[in-house]
Design a protein around this ligand. Structure first.
Ligand SMILES: Cc1cc2nc3c(=O)[nH]c(=O)nc-3n(C[C@H](O)[C@H](O)[C@H](O)COP(=O)(O)OP(=O)(O)OC[C@H]3O[C@@H](n4cnc5c(N)ncnc54)[C@H](O)[C@@H]3O)c2cc1C
Length: 451
């Protein structure tokens, strides 16, 4: 499997995922094929996921700039075609209590405002492009795995209401009956905004919209070399070169540390995996997940899950560290066992799809959108930490704004700051392995305590 810490770019040697989304989606949209020869572009975009496609769409629609997208494989081959499918008011992985403590109330409020625009961007793109992505009704539950987490969720609901002016609700254990069953259903934080859909079709819809406004999207066109001359960027692909005034880097968790010095070690690629089961019976649904809403839990290494429209269970979480190890069956078993622990009624149900992808975790676990210093007109956004369906789509529009020469000055200091680099890069996987062991041990202690 492609591993951004090992390989210089994703090439044809790296397979497609065994993804349920690929299986159920229609034909891939028309694109401009692999890049051949030398072409000129005002703006070149590296990466054809939500960030890159949304940037291309916004550049063309809002600024009249017909950008050229270079995608290593197929459109949405990275996270955007493989994710758990929750579009929420979210980005990064810092609990609100900590965010308020670290950056202050005003910054937290301003950040929440930006995140809300993220979800609005997805909603409005679906409407504008009539994107057929099986969008489900709104509703998100953060479910207390253990009884002792319920009080924390109650306080979090208060924070949402009093600090962020957002109508989150705490639901006690009894209130979850008929919504979420099983022993790990100890209360929940309910967020009224946020929905699931087919994430691959969402990306393909944005792809079609970008092209209809004049953007060019070249697939099977990995950037394998990058040089500058006279203020212009030369992006080399296996069979062509793009000469561009400005470059947008939209490779997020798929960013090889070897691609460009300006982006090296800014994010840690972290592997997230998903299983999709066979369809559940009516009895299994009633005893596990009657609701169709977006769900995630309160474990240290959390799990996210939903019931799909054809009544399969999608269940995701993190355990593999390297690309080499990601296809080891123990990672599938890890997800399966976690699902059955949560929903004993699903014991024995077959798993029909299992895949994973690279999410990007920055050092402060928050997203960034910045001009790469000392690189000329180069802009990058990413670091969504596995929570980027909506915010990547929004930051694509902000990258477009910056590449079009307009300022993006949100009242959130950390968002446009240059993200810190990870030190000790050769030990980074070891550090991550130790962190996972520690977090899993903490979860296991709580599970034992809960009996
Ligand atoms: C299993 C999983 C579950 C997830 N679930 C959720 C969820 O439920 N909700 C949520 O909000 N977020 C979720 N995420 C995260 C979310 O999918 C991402 O934050 C979002 O898709 C990021 O989009 P992007 O366009 O920035 O990056 P990506 O979609 O990863 O796109 C990057 C692209 O860059 C390309 N690329 C890399 N190097 C080169 C190169 N040298 N030349 C050309 N192209 C290159 C790659 O091929 C790739 O297609 C999940 C992620 C995973 C993996």
């Amino acid at each position: 499997m492609y591993d951004p810490l090992v390989h210089p770019y994703p090439d044809l040697g790296h397979s497609n995922p065994d993804s349920y989304w690929l299986k159920i989606s229609g034909a891939a949209p028309a694109d401009d094929g692999a890049l051949t020869g030398e072409v000129d572009a005002d703006v070149a975009i590296i990466g054809g996921g939500y960030t890159g496609l949304s940037a291309a769409h916004s550049l063309a629609r809002d600024y009249g700039i017909k950008a050229t997208v270079l995608e290593a494989r197929s459109s949405a081959w990275g996270c955007s075609g493989r994710n758990g499918s929750f579009a929420r008011i979210s980005g990064g992985r810092v609990p609100w209590v900590k965010l308020v403590k670290t950056y202050g109330r005003e910054q937290a409020q301003a950040y929440f405002g930006e995140l809300k625009k993220g979800l609005e961007t997805v909603r409005s793109l679906i409407a504008e492009g009539n994107i057929e992505c099986d969008r489900q009704p709104d509703g998100v539950y953060k479910v207390a795995t253990f009884a002792q987490h319920a009080a924390y969720l109650q306080r979090e609901a208060e924070l949402y209401n009093t600090v962020l002016n957002y109508p989150a609700k705490f639901i006690d254990k009894n209130g979850l009956k008929g919504v979420h069953e099983g022993p790990e259903s100890q209360g929940a934080l309910y967020l009224p905004d946020g929905f699931s859909m087919n994430p691959l079709e969402l990306a393909r819809g944005i792809h079609r919209m970008a092209r209809s406004h004049g953007a060019r999207i070249h697939t099977n066109s990995p950037v394998i070399g990058w040089s500058n001359n006279g203020g212009l960027h030369y992006l080399k692909t296996p069979n062509g070169v793009v000469r561009a005034r400005a470059v947008i880097i939209a490779t997020n968790g798929y960013t090889s540390w070897k691609m460009h010095e300006g982006l090296a070690a800014r994010v840690l690629p972290v592997h997230s995996q998903v299983i999709v089961t066979a369809p559940l019976t009516e009895e299994q649904i009633a005893a596990s997940l009657p609701s169709m809403a977006c769900m995630f839990d309160t474990r240290e290494l959390l799990f996210y899950y939903r019931r799909l429209p054809d009544n399969r269970m999608l269940f995701g979480g993190r355990s593999a560290i390297t690309g080499k190890d990601a296809s080891a069956p123990r990672h599938k078993d890890y997800l399966y066992n976690a699902m059955v622990r949560k929903f004993p009624a699903l014991a024995g149900i077959p798993v029909e799809h299992w895949w994973g992808g690279w999410v990007a975790v920055s050092r402060n676990s928050l997203p960034y959108c910045f001009k790469v210093p000392g690189a000329g007109e180069v802009y990058a956004a990413g670091g969504y930490a596995g929570s980027g369906v909506s915010f990547s789509t929004y930051l694509g529009t902000r990258l477009a704004m910056m590449a079009a020469g307009k300022a993006y000055n949100p009242a959130v200091s950390f968002l446009t700051r240059e993200p810190e680099r990870y030190p000790f890069s050769s030990f980074i996987r070891l550090g991550q392995w130790m962190a996972y062991r520690w977090l899993q041990a903490a979860d296991a202690r709580q599970t034992r305590k809960a009996g």
